[in-house]
Design a protein around this ligand. Structure first.
Ligand SMILES: [Zn+2]
Length: 455
């Protein structure tokens, strides 16, 4: 063990019992209370992430007495030596740190602040390309580095449990040609708009990526890190890409934007025939396509069974990202996930058949996309069914067939069914056509045909 004064964080495992580590606090979560599992009392806990001189990182949680004793002292940026903690397997659901293990400190722990060690970095980023996020099992936690291509205004709201929250959504893009929305919170969201203008490069540590409305969206946890225009090589690379043509590139947005006029359709535009061929040849990665087509039918019955057109979903905001829980509730509006009676709203979930001149296809169509395709809200569909009956709602659906041209966004994802490889395609967004864009698309088709034509 010559040369090492302290035990390397990277090598901590359940096989090691005696160790003293030295590390810098790179992030710190707020102190929170919880109900003790065995008794009636309240427990306290907070956690930090520690980084050592060799770049090893681990999460350390402090419980009860240790939480009270060390919470004030353990500030982000300070260095500590730590020993007499317990090593246990990391809980991947809550722990974004890459270490296989995590540390737990209680009463017996030994924690001492030491002089700043300049050899230990302030924070360590393990940046991944946005393109690679698509292939990960969700939810996942990643570090990303990208250009801020767009940002929303800061938005203040009160959560269902009475907390005042502020959030802001940024759109990040990197040189893999992908863009994704990431929500930031609290003081980070409250920063002046000017901080986000002029397409700065940002690097974020600890972005939780989840599937939402058929797209992917990120949320930077409070315990994560955010830096503007950092010096690191990844940032230089992204900046160079942006200035040397990236800003004019057609980026693929992998997030589902929330309704309204801001919703954009992502994915390469093609006709239905080409889309079907492409999705059948899909290998490992998810792809986005878009097509102009008409709604040809909605699956109203399967054999003789009536198919539900919507379900009632929980509106309770989730902790962390504030997005609605969205789980199906029972008839009494009880949500099994939130474990209480909640406010709920109908959400459409349709099997639609879309058609253009080259062919047609069946596809699961999610809530917002389905509302755009029908030109009605889920609430309107539910009201017709509840007040006028099933026949009336089926007649209403049929009145939407071939009614107008929509541009649909399709997500094709490799999937396996009974051990067989196949592609799962779903409709994640839709919009009535933009006649100007549609006109250009058709003109281009005519030009292509003319170019190929032999005189
Ligand atoms: Zn819920």
């Amino acid at each position: 063990m010559t040369g090492y004064e302290f035990f390397p964080i990277r090598e901590l495992s359940t096989y090691q019992t005696k160790w003293t580590i030295k590390g810098r606090v790179t992030s710190k979560a707020p102190l929170r209370t919880f109900k003790q599992r065995n008794g009636s009392g309240q427990g306290k806990v907070f956690h930090v992430e520690l980084l050592d001189v060799e770049g090893g990182e681990i999460r350390a949680s402090f419980f009860n007495d240790a939480a009270e004793k060390h919470f004030e002292l353990m500030e982000v940026g300070k260095c500590f030596t730590l020993s007499k903690g317990q090593v246990k397997l990391a809980n991947r659901q809550f722990n974004a740190c890459k270490h296989r293990y995590e540390l737990v400190f209680d009463k017996a722990s030994q924690v001492d602040q030491v002089a700043d060690d300049g050899k230990i970095d302030a924070v360590k980023f393990t940046v991944v390309e946005l393109r690679s996020v698509q292939g990960k099992a969700l939810p996942c936690s990643v570090d990303v580095c990208g250009i801020v291509t767009a940002f929303d205004k800061a938005f203040a709201f009160t959560s269902k449990d009475g907390k005042d929250l502020v959030k802001r959504t940024l759109t990040l893009a990197d040189d893999s040609g992908i863009s994704m929305q990431v929500t930031i919170w609290g003081d980070r969201a409250k920063k002046d708009d000017s901080e986000f203008q002029g397409h700065p490069v940002v690097v974020m540590k600890g972005v939780t990526v989840k599937e939402w409305q058929g797209g992917l969206s990120g949320s930077l946890m409070e315990s994560g890190s955010l830096a503007f225009n950092p010096e690191m090589p990844e940032a230089q690379k992204v900046k160079a890409w942006w200035t040397q043509g990236g800003h004019a590139q057609n980026l693929t947005l992998i997030s589902q934007t929330t309704g309204g006029a801001g919703a954009r359709i992502a994915g390469k535009l093609m006709d239905v025939l080409e889309m079907k061929q492409k999705s059948e040849q899909l290998l490992n990665e998810q792809e986005m396509y878009s097509a102009y087509c008409r709604l040809a039918s909605v699956q109203l019955r399967k054999r003789d069974d009536i198919q539900p057109l919507y379900y009632n979903a929980c509106l309770e905001p989730k902790e962390g990202n504030g997005l609605p829980c969205n789980r199906r509730v029972d008839d009494s509006s009880f949500c099994a996930v939130c474990n209480k009676v909640v406010k709920a709203a109908p959400r459409l979930n349709l099997r639609c058949r879309f058609e253009d001149a080259t062919g047609n296809f069946w596809v699961t169509t999610f809530h917002q996309a389905a509302e755009k395709v029908l030109g009605m809200t889920a609430q309107e569909v539910a009201d017709i069914e509840n007040n006028q009956g099933r026949e009336a709602v089926e007649a209403k659906m049929k009145s939407c067939y071939y009614a107008r041209i929509v541009q649909v966004q399709l997500r094709a994802k490799p999937d396996s069914y009974n051990g067989e490889q196949r592609t799962n395609v779903s409709c994640t967004s839709a919009q009535p056509i933009n006649r100007r864009e549609h006109g250009r698309f058709m003109l281009k088709e005519i030009e292509d045909m003319l170019a190929k034509a032999v005189c």
